[in-house]
Write a protein that binds this ligand. Structure first.
Ligand code: ATP
Length: 250
């Protein structure tokens, strides 16, 4: 059974506006590191945000870990969201908090709480956070403020925080677009290695096709809210690329 199954997914941001996702079908398997590529405005971020219902779909279905995401009540949605690790373009760290506290906040789901303010974390959580920080190469930065780090280091904190949740799925929204090319490659390589190590499937929205083909085993190509390609990375041909990026090639 796929980890994630999306059927006829449709999104409108308002009733009179255009349909942004126009009937998407795809699934993500347990071993996938799946890229979502496509030109600016194709709907990549909208798609990622629908999966955890940061954006409400206007039609279709999303089945995650066998549960109907669109039928969940608020409590069950929180429970499901704890199983989804997110890594963001702008890192979304709390700048004034230490690297350690940012990682520990991963235990709380998406938002911090009084627990993190008072550092009331069990010893095993602290040990786990230290292990993850070592794994992403930040052992020497544990007590620094998040805003004292470089962009690449900040994204490594974001990666450790997402893994702190012990997620069953990672959703990545342009994880490298704020980073320079060399650091982007290092970050993608780290995410790929950790996803394998922790056995977590990944759905990754990324505009850099080179990075997508280098690191992802599968590519979904969107154009204007419609799927134009879906297959193993090595099967994507120049013609597929031209179709996905038609507007830009012309
Ligand atoms: N909150 C919103 N309200 C209304 N329209 C929106 C909203 N968010 C996105 N859109 C529109 O939806 C379309 C798809 O945007 P989306 O950000 O999903 O595309 P994208 O493929 O991620 O693009 P980019 O690579 O530029 O981030 C765009 O036309 C955008 O203007």
């Amino acid at each position: 059974m796929p980890v994630l199954e999306v059927r006829d997914l449709r999104v409108r941001y308002n009733n009179t506006g255009p349909e942004i996702l126009r009937g998407l079908d795809f699934s993500v398997e347990a071993s996938d590191f799946c890229a979502v590529i496509g030109p600016s405005g194709a709907g990549k971020s909208t798609l990622i945000r629908c999966i955890n219902r940061l954006v409400e779909p206007s039609g279709g279905s999303i089945t995650l870990f066998g549960e109907d995401m669109l039928a969940l009540n608020a409590r069950d949605l929180r429970r499901m969201r704890r199983r989804i690790g997110m890594i963001f373009q702008e890192f979304n760290l709390v700048n004034r908090m230490s690297v350690m506290d940012n990682v520990l906040s991963g235990r709380l789901g998406y938002t911090g709480s009084l627990r993190s303010v008072f550092r009331l974390f069990p010893r095993e959580d602290v040990e786990k956070a230290l292990e993850l920080l070592a794994r992403v190469g930040l052992s020497d930065h544990v007590n620094k403020r998040a805003d004292a780090l470089s962009g690449g280091q900040r994204q490594r904190v974001g990666i450790a925080r997402a893994l702190m949740q012990q997620p069953d799925l990672l959703l990545l929204d342009e994880p490298t677009s704020a980073l320079d090319p060399k650091i982007s490659r290092d970050v993608m390589s780290l995410i790929r290695d950790l996803a394998r190590e922790f056995d977590v499937p990944v759905l990754c929205n990324i505009h850099d096709v080179q990075l997508a083909t280098e690191f992802c085993n599968r590519i979904i190509g969107l154009q204007d809210g419609i799927k134009k390609f879906d297959g193993p990375t090595e099967t994507m041909q120049k013609a597929n690329m031209e179709e996905i990026y038609a507007m830009e090639v012309l």
